[in-house]
Design a protein around this ligand. Structure first.
Ligand SMILES: Cc1cc2nc3c(=O)[nH]c(=O)nc-3n(C[C@H](O)[C@H](O)[C@H](O)COP(=O)(O)OP(=O)(O)OC[C@H]3O[C@@H](n4cnc5c(N)ncnc54)[C@H](O)[C@@H]3O)c2cc1C
Length: 419
């Protein structure tokens, strides 16, 4: 009896999406995996969070080994409005992700983890790497992360953030994460702080902006984070790590995500574009965890024949959700003044729980979307003056700094810090 050789799956990129695919394939003996990552480490220096409501049972089973901490809810705060949302929130660290993936590869002697190797050209069946060598595969998955190309940059806003994970000299006293503290001075669009209490003394504090331009002034935001920490009466004992990101939030999907060759019959000649690279992300939050899990489960069921009608159907479903969400992005970034963006967010968090959960999970039915947008736009929101179509404009509009919507202790601190 002859044994058939295992199918060869090549994962390009060693970030979140490839890690989840490798974990999902761990029990498929008929497949061997080669993972190529251009950096010397897996997963980058990230933390990822997701809501319980983002995943189904299979998804939860897949990611269980990754989850470091869980909280039974989270807080949001806006001027004049606060809410505790009772949806469980989960935390995954880059270090844990790397550890779990390495353990998966260690158990499978035929699998290859190749760090410090960059792919230079990809097709559905071949990868050319930086040494010029060609690796043949039964399926190539392109999970190389967000690609910010010039054309798409004219049709998106950005979520920009800098976070410091710090150990404090005394307990912070937070019971649960604060996903959005927008009761602060607004600048560079919607601006809020994100707080993740990792243990009694350790907390990740991020200054986040939903901004028109992609430029990140990391040094300035780092100072802002420090000012915020001080304003809360906390003292930093040690900065454990820093993370930052600039995530595109499009109102038109970038051409890199949906090239013509990726549709219809020609799709099979292309690598499978996965993760951020393939447009499997939430256009308003820039989050991709839930979509990445769903795609990994699909590949587990179908590899190496993953580019068939089932994938096309999944993609159509995601694109439908994104289409609605991108309409909101267009309103958020094009129609209203940047300084008023927080008002739309505050309004969103007044919606019923199922609407909030399905919004994040990208599983909205038409009536959830209707509930999301129903009612008059808040009277306080000011429209942007008309401007010529993008392309005739500089890519980023000048930052409009507006007065804080309410007096805030943090604004005072920042003013002091900058004076
Ligand atoms: C700091 C940060 C925090 C985030 N937090 C969250 C969160 O809490 N929840 C959430 O859902 N989303 C979050 N996101 C957004 C999104 O989920 C992440 O960006 C996610 O990592 C995207 O996964 P990915 O696998 O598509 O890309 P990445 O994780 O970015 O991985 C892409 C990998 O491909 C490698 N690569 C690129 N080109 C090549 C090449 N030519 N050859 C070989 N390797 C290559 C890169 O080095 C990188 O390691 C966060 C993003 C950032 C930046």
């Amino acid at each position: 009896m002859t044994e058939t050789a295992p199918q060869h799956l090549v994962l390009v990129g060693g970030g979140l999406q490839s890690a989840l695919i490798a974990m999902a394939m761990a029990d498929r003996d008929d497949v061997r995996i080669t993972l190529l990552e251009q950096e010397r480490t897996l997963g980058g220096d990230h933390t990822w969070c997701f809501f319980d409501s983002d995943l189904n049972d299979d998804g939860h089973a897949l990611v269980a080994p990754l989850v470091g901490r869980r909280w039974a809810g989270y807080d949001v705060a806006f001027p004049g409005f606060q809410r505790t949302v009772p949806t469980t929130y989960n935390h995954v660290s880059g270090a844990r992700l790397a550890q779990v993936v390495r353990a998966v590869f260690a158990r499978r002697p035929t699998w290859r983890l190749r760090l410090g190797v960059a792919a230079t050209r990809l097709s559905a069946r071949h990868v050319v790497i930086d040494t010029g060598d060609v690796i043949a595969a039964d399926l190539v998955v392109d999970a190389t992360g967000p690609q910010l190309e010039r054309r798409s940059m004219r049709q998106c806003g950005y979520q920009k953030f800098v976070g410091l994970e710090v150990r404090l000299t005394a307990p912070h006293g937070l019971q649960r994460p604060v996903v959005m503290d927008a009761a602060v001075a607004q600048e560079d669009g919607l601006r809020f702080f994100y707080l993740l209490p990792l243990d009694a003394h350790r907390v990740l504090v991020e200054d986040t902006r939903f901004s028109d331009g992609a430029t990140l002034n990391a040094a300035r935001l780092t100072l802002e984070v420090r000012s915020y920490i001080e304003a809360r009466g906390w003292k930093v004992d040690e900065v454990i790590r820093q993370e930052q990101g600039v995530l595109p939030l499009p109102w038109v999907l970038p051409a890199t995500v949906e090239p013509k060759e990726n549709r219809g019959a020609r799709c099979a000649a292309m690598p499978l574009r996965a993760g951020y690279r393939g447009g499997w992300f939430h256009p308003i939050t820039g989050y991709s965890f839930g979509s990445a899990v769903r795609l990994a489960l699909h590949i587990r069921r179908t590899a190496p024949h993953s580019q068939g009608p089932a994938l096309a159907l999944m993609r159509r479903r995601v694109r439908r959700q994104q289409w609605w969400l991108m309409l909101l992005n267009r309103a958020l970034f094009r129609h209203y003044l940047p300084a008023d963006r927080w008002i739309l967010m505050a309004r969103f968090y007044r919606r019923p729980l199922p609407v909030i959960e399905r919004f994040y999970a990208m599983t909205m039915k038409p009536w959830h979307f209707a509930r999301l947008v129903s009612g008059r736009p808040p009277a306080k929101m000011r429209l942007r003056p008309w401007s010529p179509p993008a392309g005739l404009l500089p890519i980023s509009t000048p930052v409009l700094t507006a007065p804080s919507p309410t007096a805030s202790v943090y604004r005072t601190t920042r003013q002091e810090a900058s004076s």
